[in-house]
Design a protein around this ligand. Structure first.
Ligand SMILES: CC(C)(COP(=O)(O)OP(=O)(O)OC[C@H]1O[C@@H](n2cnc3c(N)ncnc32)[C@H](O)[C@@H]1OP(=O)(O)O)[C@@H](O)C(=O)NCCC(=O)NCCS
Length: 167
């Protein structure tokens, strides 16, 4: 893997990050759960990260501070996108791992996402029991995953997911 720089997404990075999302997900991206939850909130949170190689954007991950059933301490991960020509080189894994570490240090208890269990299981994500958490948009229940950053955290949360202030 070539030299990689990971840093927080700044407002000036947003056009490039949006371009990456458009290439990775196409026009249907706006109905995705992460977009629906973020509606009406600022476009970046302090947890969003990007990866660059020689100054070129190769991957980006967004995290949104959310509440579940009105309780804070939760991040929604998504989207994670890697430029196609850089896929499979470890950039996605690096951004997820760094994002989880930052969240842990900030006292986040739970990270939620809608995604592929075989990819995210390596980071400790597990299926959320059916019906425990309600997300806006079309989310396949088998793809609603959560990683506990504090033991037993998931049991503290149930209900609807909505953006928390300032995310
Ligand atoms: C899916 C994606 C984020 C993976 O990132 P990446 O940088 O290409 O992959 P990494 O190098 O971090 O990880 C590679 C590993 O993940 C596995 N993997 C990649 N995509 C996978 C998937 N959808 N399901 C299961 N495993 C997957 C690979 O087999 C490889 O496994 P290994 O480590 O055991 O060899 C990236 O390819 C991408 O942006 N795809 C298009 C957008 C997308 O689907 N995003 C995810 C939804 S939010």
């Amino acid at each position: 893997m070539p030299e990689i720089t990971v840093h927080a997404i700044e407002p000036a990075d947003l056009p490039d990050v949006s371009g990456l999302h458009a290439r990775a997900f196409g026009p249907g991206r706006f109905v995705r759960t992460a977009y629906r939850v973020r509606e009406g909130t600022p476009p970046i949170s302090p947890f969003c990260l990007l990866a660059e190689v020689s100054g070129e954007l190769v991957a980006a991950i967004r995290f949104t501070e959310v509440m579940i059933g009105g309780k804070t301490g939760v991040l929604l991960l998504g989207p994670l996108a890697v430029e196609e020509r850089y896929a499979g080189l470890g950039y996605g894994k690096r951004l997820v791992a760094d994002g989880i570490e930052n969240a842990r240090r900030a006292g986040i208890k739970l990270i939620l996402l809608v995604g592929d269990e075989p990819y995210y299981a390596r980071f400790g994500f597990k299926r959320v029991p059916l019906g425990r958490i309600q997300l806006p948009g079309p989310a396949d229940p088998a793809r609603i995953l959560a990683a506990e950053l504090e033991e037993g955290a998931l049991a503290q949360y149930d209900g609807a997911v909505e953006a928390a202030g300032g995310s």
